[in-house]
Write a protein that binds this ligand. Sequence first.
Ligand SMILES: NC(=O)c1ccc[n+]([C@@H]2O[C@H](COP(=O)([O-])OP(=O)(O)OC[C@H]3O[C@@H](n4cnc5c(N)ncnc54)[C@H](OP(=O)(O)O)[C@@H]3O)[C@@H](O)[C@H]2O)c1
Length: 306
Amino acid sequence: MKAVRIQSYGDEPAVQDIAMPEPGEGEVLMQVQAAALNPLDVQLQAGYLADWFPLAFPFTLGTDFAGVVKRIGNRVTAFREGDAIIARPDPVRGGGFAEYASVPASACVPLPTPLTPDEGACIPTAGGTAWFALLESAKLKTGETVLIHAGAGGVGTFGVQFAKAAGARVLATASGDGVAFARELGADRVIDYRSEDFAALGEPVDVVLDLIGGDTQARSFGLLRPGGRLVSTVSPPDAEKAKAKGVSASMFALDLSGDRLAQLVNAVVNNGVRVVIDCKVPLAGFPDAWARQRSGHTRAKTVLLL
Ligand SMILES: NC(=O)c1ccc[n+]([C@@H]2O[C@H](COP(=O)([O-])OP(=O)(O)OC[C@H]3O[C@@H](n4cnc5c(N)ncnc54)[C@H](OP(=O)(O)O)[C@@H]3O)[C@@H](O)[C@H]2O)c1
């Protein structure tokens, strides 16, 4: 079968022919139909996350994928052959950018009927970060105002929709065609970060979802109301600065263990959240998809078709 592999940190990912995996105890063998790219893949490949997610090489990339169960290992009772599923194994396991993947059954959930495999593959990392960061970490409530940085990106497109569904006023940053894109998804106001100063938006906010870090994060503190909450997915916020401003600020780390992936998929379906795919690429076109993801300037999700 074909798989996208690296031999070491920093190695350029390449499509290779490798042996089919076998489902171990508690695992299912999935025929992968679609896999979504995330900044996480780029960070794993570069070795930036080696302290948290040490990889064993050769490593098959891909943490978010969907497809059909082909075989089940011993002690798997939750799934049967032919079931359509979404998988999000531990990032150190990867395996999704391949025609077949062996995955712990505990890291899989059924693909709900209204969703296609392409859409299902996009949900775990991007959708999970948006949902748990906004609703669980920031505790966003109806009637509050939230600023979502990078509202046209992978996490942002889910975030804008989840925040609207929660009854919040949604402000977002984006640039170029991303401005109209974030508006179409329901953002009430979108600031073009390249031509306008978001820090001068003149509207206090209760919550900031920081998907950018650095100067963007630092300048977002000034927008928060007393008692407001900043949640960053990128870099730990300055605790002293938060204390001085009378706000809370925390670093988010995605946890999709236990039944949290199932909770997330239900949240997508029950809130009528649209899974937005900007680009679908066949396996042979992987280098293009990889270059797009690495640029940091994509819209919504890029999907690899297996
Ligand atoms: N801690 C965690 O558990 C966790 C989980 C998931 C994601 N993350 C991190 O969260 C970040 C966002 O993830 P993602 O999947 O949404 O990434 P993504 O899809 O690659 O985000 C791309 C978007 O970022 C926008 N952007 C770039 N610079 C910007 C700026 N200065 N201001 C506003 N928007 C800007 C781009 O818009 P333009 O093209 O218009 O520039 C583009 O639409 C990544 O750094 C990722 O590693 C962390």
